[in-house]
Design a protein around this ligand. Structure first.
Ligand code: ATP
Ligand code: NI
Length: 275
């Protein structure tokens, strides 16, 4: 749970992202999928970022990491540990202090054995041992390390991706949908590891569609809609019928979860029997 004296790790304010595109060859136009987005994360805090597909969650992550495509126009303020991040600084921090678990398994190098990929950035002397430990932790066989990405299933690749983020000295973890297609035991292991990052003082941005899983570990939830932050609330406010949530949109998002639909029907049935 978040406490008042925690130090601010990341503060994103007024973030706006546009793309210039050519239409009909020579005409240029700008589309702006992100406008006035904000989010903040304290040290040791897990902030879930939830919102519909296309609402701009991955772009937010990519802006913080400095990996937006070349035609992106980005404005606003991204302050990390009190320092306004330049693109150069983002590059220095990426894969070191700031670790990233991308949404797409295509971020893995198709031509490098997955064991090697997990060893990148680890201390050379202990890299192999550490990688094998991570594989065991994420239910991957030792021999899987010799395989290339195309030889692994989607769920296995996700676990490999996750293993690449576990580095000493990580201060901010940005996980973009780390759990789809993952079996329950590995899901548990991933949530446990994210919690562990936070326990060690790192901040975690957990981008996900899986709000129920996120709520098991998140301190706060930022709700994103159409490229804007509509609400940031304590995870504890996501309960009951969402009465403690501030916006109608967040309430609707919460109530639309299959689990809650089920719960409400269930509750109504119980009430009928009692009256
Ligand atoms: N390179 C790009 N050029 C133009 N538009 C883009 C580009 N990348 C993303 N967009 C647009 O920005 C919007 C937000 O995309 P983003 O990938 O951040 O959504 P998301 O919330 O991560 O969705 P999902 O949950 O499906 O991963 C989308 O409408 C998308 O089409
Ligand atoms: Ni995304």
């Amino acid at each position: 749970m978040s406490t008042a004296q925690k130090k601010r790790l990341l503060q994103v304010e007024n973030l706006s992202i546009g793309f210039s595109q050519y239409v009909k060859g020579t005409q240029k136009r700008v589309i702006r999928p992100i406008a006035d987005m904000h989010v903040d994360i304290d040290e040791g805090e897990i902030v879930a970022v939830a919102g519909a597909s296309g609402s701009g969650k991955s772009l937010l992550a990519h802006a913080v990491l400095g990996i937006l495509p070349g035609n992106a126009i980005c404005s606003g303020s991204i302050v990390y540990r009190g320092e306004e991040l330049t693109e150069k600084r983002k590059e220095q921090l990426r894969g070191r202090e700031i670790s990233f678990i991308p949404q797409s398994v295509n971020y893995l190098d198709p031509l490098m054995r997955v064991g090697r990929q997990v060893q990148i950035g680890l201390d050379k002397k202990t890299a192999q041992e550490k990688q094998q430990k991570l594989f065991a932790q994420y239910d991957l066989k030792k021999s899987d390390g010799r395989l290339f990405p195309f030889e692994l299933s989607g769920g296995m690749l996700r676990r490999v991706l996750f293993a690449t983020s576990v580095r000493e000295g990580v201060k901010l973890v940005i996980a973009d949908e780390p759990t789809p297609g993952i079996h329950p035991q590995a899901l548990f292991e991933i949530l446990r590891q994210l919690k562990q990052f936070a326990k060690e003082g790192a901040g975690v941005m957990l981008i996900t569609h899986d709000i129920m899983s996120a709520l098991e570990i998140a301190d706060r939830v930022a709700v994103i809609k159409d490229g804007t932050t509509v609400e940031i609330s304590e995870a504890a406010a996501f309960e009951g019928k969402g009465e403690r949530l501030k916006t109608e949109y967040a309430q609707r998002l919460w109530r639309a979860l299959p689990q809650n639909e089920f719960d409400m029907e269930f509750r109504e049935d119980v009430e009928k029997q009692w009256l």
